[in-house]
Design a protein around this ligand. Structure first.
Ligand code: SAM
Length: 234
């Protein structure tokens, strides 16, 4: 039996984010909040002319998934399916390693990092529906959900899943499915808070032609995000 590590998130936090009770229509402040632009979205300009869908591993509240789907639509890519994969229940106990202990973090704080989101899946689906976005939310452990999208190819992969084991699982499954010129963007690469992510990426790409390259975030000079651009097949 799985160990339950996480406490239910408070009603107040949930309401503050979605501005409404489940079952009610989505409020405009929620829509505006979700559609705001995020610096990493400029990377999507590089996808022009590429085939394939889009996947995010690590959705949590959807603060990157929903704006990303909106930005794809703005770029004439509304036909691409945007898959959002998350347990919505944090990490598996067995997946947490000493190598994931970043600055000021103990195993206990790592275990408590995410709280169970009892209604997040239905609320995210509702927000995506209201906005008419081509989003498919897939709740569950990556090891269970990734096999369901292995018939797809991807032009963009956003990894925002914090720990070594999750990065490894996602890279092993998704890298072969990325089209040449497609992009894998890492939220936590070189973050002192999540050293396991950096370790997993460096290890995975050590025998590959691609290496992580920085992309400047204009709002946080000196704190770039990193991505790899899939090399053309030889
Ligand atoms: C940093 S949060 C994602 C934040 C989100 N992209 C945003 O901008 O709001 C990381 C998420 O990854 C999920 N996660 C990490 N490892 C996972 C795994 N092996 N399977 C499923 N979900 C996982 C956690 O449940 C958590 O919600």
């Amino acid at each position: 039996m799985k160990t339950t590590l996480l406490q239910p998130v408070s009603e107040a936090a949930h309401r503050a984010l979605f501005f409404c009770e489940p079952g009610l229509r989505v409020a405009w402040p929620t829509v505006a909040w979700f559609m705001r632009t995020r610096p990493f979205l400029t990377v999507l300009d590089r996808l022009e002319g590429l085939e394939g869908d889009v996947v995010e591993c690590g959705v949590f509240w959807g603060r990157s998934l929903i704006p990303m789907a909106g930005a794809l639509r703005k770029r004439g890519m509304a036909d691409r399916k945007v898959f959002g994969l998350d347990s919505f229940n944090g990490f598996e106990e067995a997946d947490l390693g000493e190598g994931d202990l970043g600055e000021g973090r103990t195993m206990e704080t790592l275990r408590r990092r995410f709280k169970q989101q009892p209604r997040i899946v239905s609320d995210l689906r509702r927000v995506a529906g209201v906005l008419g976005l081509n989003v498919e939310i897939m709740p569950g452990e990556f090891s269970k959900t990734l096999p369901k999208i292995m018939d797809r190819t991807f032009c963009f992969v956003h990894l925002d899943c914090d720990i070594y084991q999750s990065y490894r699982t996602c890279l092993e499954a998704l890298y072969p499915r990325v089209v040449p010129g497609g992009i894998i963007l890492f939220d936590e690469y070189r973050s002192p808070v999540w050293p396991g992510a950096t370790e997993a990426v460096d290890e995975f790409f050590s025998d590959k032609p691609e290496k992580p390259e920085p992309v400047e975030d204009p709002r946080r000079p000196g704190h770039p995000k990193f991505l790899v651009c899939k090399a053309a097949e030889s």
